[in-house]
Design a protein around this ligand. Structure first.
Ligand code: ACO
Length: 428
């Protein structure tokens, strides 16, 4: 019934064109506009608000209904029942692993956790007070100078090795970034730990003391990793795909994704939420702050989403995790948390937010959880980058394997000067 449908575009000069309508397995249909070139025209869609830039089988979002699926599995089920490496296998390979596949995959990931000793020297080139994301962009990008043995991107085996290396080494680099700016020695990974335990160990242990990870906190960070692992064609993922479409080095592509993630409208949002809460300072000032938001003096960070026009399903899980962590650490009366709850309650009842369909996104709560775990706010986006690495690399891998792959090259609506002749310097 859905086959052979077309959209007919009628031009004001009498020409017309039939454009095929394509359907995916779920979600909105799309109009295939590739034939428009025959009319000598392009579409105009700044910020890709109405454009599907690729087809993908990895992640599905229904923003109106507030649904997020990885390879068909609802995010709530994965967050509750799965673990991060299992989710990584799912994103990369399309299916949940069986017991043997799971243990082999975990073994391979945990075997690659150390970084080349030469890579550690890159840190010394950075100021100690550099933003950790600046260091991440640089050091993860520097991975592209290593591993020449496995950089044939047209080889599925080489792509798998690069994916495993990224998955294994980005947490190590992230923890080294933290140690570098706090002045503590780097901690080598301990492969007997789980992926998340090992990350917490590299972040929080020192050579002077034993470190025993708190399992409730490990589980909370595991959830944060699962919830942030992939999110369809967002800004950073699209950046990785765009960079990768030229055949560029995968480590360099992931570094470009980290750069895109850094912005406050994307991965920088949970850091911005904490900054906002600190600036508000006290529950008594929340109402004034909200008046300022409605006067458009500033935005309520952690609210709103380009795709979700309903509660972000990740936010529901994160909200519950937030309560669990604060209870475990006896921080229920934490003033920032109380302020966040007050903001949330006002926003959920206020017409301004209701009519614009602005709901809390995952970052509204993840910042509070990360802070409670002892992670400073300038590391929040780094944590996001650690979690999202698997999404970037899975999407990159899918793009490279796509038979329709071409270098991505958007067009433009030119509004600059028309042709004019060069004016010599003396006459200007
Ligand atoms: N606070 C107040 N008003 C807002 C907010 C907000 N957080 N977000 C959107 N609005 C308002 C806009 O002012 C606009 O109002 P108008 O119609 O009167 O002009 C309307 O809602 C639509 O906003 P847009 O900017 O067009 O929405 P867009 O989809 O482009 O933006 C975005 C989405 C960038 C996430 C935005 O909601 C925002 O800035 N939120 C705060 C930052 C944030 O939390 N980002 C995290 C995103 S989730 C993630 O990356 C994991």
């Amino acid at each position: 019934m859905k086959e052979n449908r077309v959209a007919t575009l009628m031009m004001d000069d009498g020409r017309s064109i039939e454009l095929p309508i394509m359907s995916g397995t779920m979600g909105s249909d799309v109009i295939d506009i590739r034939g428009l070139g025959t009319l000598g025209m392009f579409t105009y869609d700044p910020a890709f608000v109405s454009t599907a830039s690729c087809s993908s089988s990895i992640t599905f979002i229904d923003g109106e209904a507030g649904l997020l699926y990885y390879r068909g599995y609802p995010i709530e089920q994965l967050a509750e029942k799965s673990d991060f490496l299992e989710v990584c296998f799912l994103l990369l390979h399309g299916e949940l692993p069986n017991a043997k596949q799971k243990s082999e995959f975990s073994g391979k990931v945990m075997k690659h956790t150390m970084v080349h000793d030469q890579l550690a020297r890159f840190f010394n080139g950075f100021r100690r007070d550099a933003h950790p994301m600046a260091v991440m962009v640089g050091v993860v990008g520097a991975l592209s100078a290593f591993y020449h043995d496995s950089l044939d991107i047209n080889s599925p085996e080489n792509r798998e090795i690069s994916a495993l290396r990224l998955l294994s080494k980005v947490p190590t680099i992230a923890a080294m970034t933290y140690k570098y700016y706090t002045g503590f020695p780097f901690m080598f990974p301990k492969n007997e730990f789980s992926y998340v335990e090992n990350f917490m160990y590299m972040m929080f242990a020192t050579p002077a003391e034993d470190y025993v990870p708190n399992q409730k906190l490990v589980r909370a960070l595991e959830r944060i990793f699962i919830l942030h692992a992939d999110h369809e064609q967002n800004a950073s993922t699209s950046t990785v795909r765009l960079a990768g479409s030229s055949g560029a080095n995968p480590f360099a592509c992931v570094s470009s994704g980290i750069a895109a993630l850094w912005g406050p409208a994307h991965g920088g949002a949970n850091e911005a939420v904490l900054k906002m809460l600190e600036e508000i300072g006290d529950v008594s000032r929340v109402a004034d702050f909200m008046d300022g938001v409605k006067d458009k003096k500033f935005r309520l960070m952690g609210f709103g989403h380009r795709v979700y026009k309903n509660m972000d399903p990740r936010a529901k899980v994160m909200r519950a995790t937030c309560y669990e962590v604060l209870e475990e650490l006896k921080l229920e009366k934490d003033p920032l948390f109380l302020m966040a709850l007050e903001l949330e309650q006002i926003a959920l009842r206020d017409e301004y937010f209701i009519e614009r369909k602005l709901y809390p996104n995952v970052d509204f709560y993840s910042g509070i959880v990360l802070r409670a775990l002892g992670i400073p706010s300038n590391m929040f986006t780094v944590i996001f980058a650690v979690a999202r690495t698997i999404g970037w690399v899975s999407q990159w891998n899918e793009m490279i394997s796509d038979s329709e792959r071409k270098i991505a090259r958007p067009r433009q609506l030119y509004k600059g000067a028309t042709q004019r002749n060069f004016v010599p310097l003396a006459n200007r």
